[in-house]
Design a protein around this ligand. Sequence first.
Ligand code: ZN
Ligand code: ZN
Length: 258
Amino acid sequence: MKEPLKITFLGTGTSQGIPIIGSKHPVCLSTDTKDKRLRVSILVSWNDYNYVVDCGPDFRQQMLTHDVSKLDGILFTHEHSDHTAGLDDIRPFFFRQGDIPIYAQQRVSDSLRRRFDYIFTDANRYPGAPAVAVNVIEKGKSFFIGDMNVIPIEANHNRVQVFGFRFFDFTYLTDVKTIDDEEKEKIYGTKVLVVNALREEAHHSHFNLEEALKFIEDIRPEKAYLTHISHLLGFHEEVEKKLPAGVHLAYDNLVIEV
Ligand SMILES: [Zn+2]
Ligand SMILES: [Zn+2]
């Protein structure tokens, strides 16, 4: 029924992406395709279903690259622009399918409503504007996308509270700095874990590499992938060699089955 779950890494970069516009940093100048990272997002597919987690500014390019012709919904981790700025580009899906379901906590839904008021308005709709069907999700309450149950996992992104998602044996967390034990309990037993690792130096709102590896050691998944990566973490090939067994850097267009 639900298996195998196919996960496509649509983007694995931090908020500015890699390369950063105008940057002369060696990682930004790298010709290795694995050093080119769009803004962070994954496509979760099974049977005929396609859901994305987040919808950043590279959403259009990501949908084109992976030839996605039907989108069943968008799960939002939080409201930051690198996770939401592509929302207008749901238009082709909306024209073919009608209102696109979105799953977000109330605060995030309110923020989207302020920033994309023309998408959320009921009256005097601008011709050509897309529309969404809002599903408000809450801590401690699992929900369904298609025929799959999803467990939201609350984490802290400095002062912003974010949601990660557990889909059976697969858990996706990004923009995490700390996570409470009660929420961590919901992740144990996951076979594949994705978690953010920004760079080596500490950061106020993101796991650095050391914190991400410590977290993975605690959860003990069979496999772990790091995402939301800054150019400051270094060249993909070099960082990959330094990682413990079972832990990898994710890269754009990587596809895994869980
Ligand atoms: Zn982010
Ligand atoms: Zn963020």
